[in-house]
Unconditional design. Structure first.
Length: 215
């Protein structure tokens, strides 16, 4: 099977990113871009991001998860701590997050370190989830091999009966991570492939060094 994709081309013309107009703190630029994309660019799940980890086998691995909160400290998402990504983070907390909003012709790449958030914060978010999602966290031994889908559906039925009329507590193997960033790169598509790239790097004095990169 072979298909030539060399003619797939697009001219990027929806915005610009100028060094003299960016804020000193990259989290403010992230907030501004996120809100603009969410409000004006008809993007489904603006909070979808790729998180890349270094696997126990030495290979990098990326997968899409949903950002659930961002603050001046970092970016929070939730997962099964026993999943592949959880095991990877336990062994090596250095991760990369990336957002690509094609309708806005924008991309953000974030390098940082992941750490588990406080248990009470994970409890609070778990309580806010739909009941089906709560049960799903109990059903799935994420990343483990199973015989077939019927195994999951049968376990779900059993748990629905077990917890009928009862509160579902957060399983200890499920919770949140915060990724604390030390580098963020903002990419804005421009015509003729002369894209705008602005990189922020955290310095020892906790200020951010800001530089323009060649496209």
């Amino acid at each position: 099977m072979e298909k030539d994709l060399s003619d797939y081309r697009k001219s990027y013309e929806k915005g610009e990113l100028l060094l003299n107009k960016v804020p000193e703190n990259p989290l403010e630029l992230f907030r501004d871009w996120f809100m603009e994309v969410d409000a004006h660019f008809n993007t489904e799940e603006t909070n979808a991001m790729t998180i890349s980890t270094v696997g126990l086998d030495g290979y990098p691995k990326g997968r899409v998860v949903l950002l659930k909160r961002y603050t001046y400290e970092g970016f929070i998402f939730y997962t099964n701590y026993n999943s592949d990504k959880g095991k990877d983070i336990e062994a090596n907390p250095n991760v990369c997050l990336s957002f690509f909003w094609h309708t806005a012709e924008r991309q953000i790449i974030i390098k940082g370190q992941a750490e588990k958030i406080a248990e009470n914060l994970s409890d609070g978010y778990f309580e806010s989830r739909p009941r089906g999602s709560q049960l799903g966290a109990l059903v799935s031994n994420q990343s483990e091999v199973i015989n077939d889908r019927n195994t999951l559906e049968q376990k779900l039925k059993e748990l629905e009966q077990q917890y009928e009329g009862k509160e579902i507590e957060r399983p200890k193997h499920w919770g949140g991570y915060m990724v604390r960033p030390f580098e963020l790169e903002f990419w804005q598509g421009r015509p003729n492939r002369l894209h705008d790239r602005i990189r922020y790097q955290l310095q020892e004095d906790y200020n951010w060094k800001i530089e323009r990169l060649s496209p």
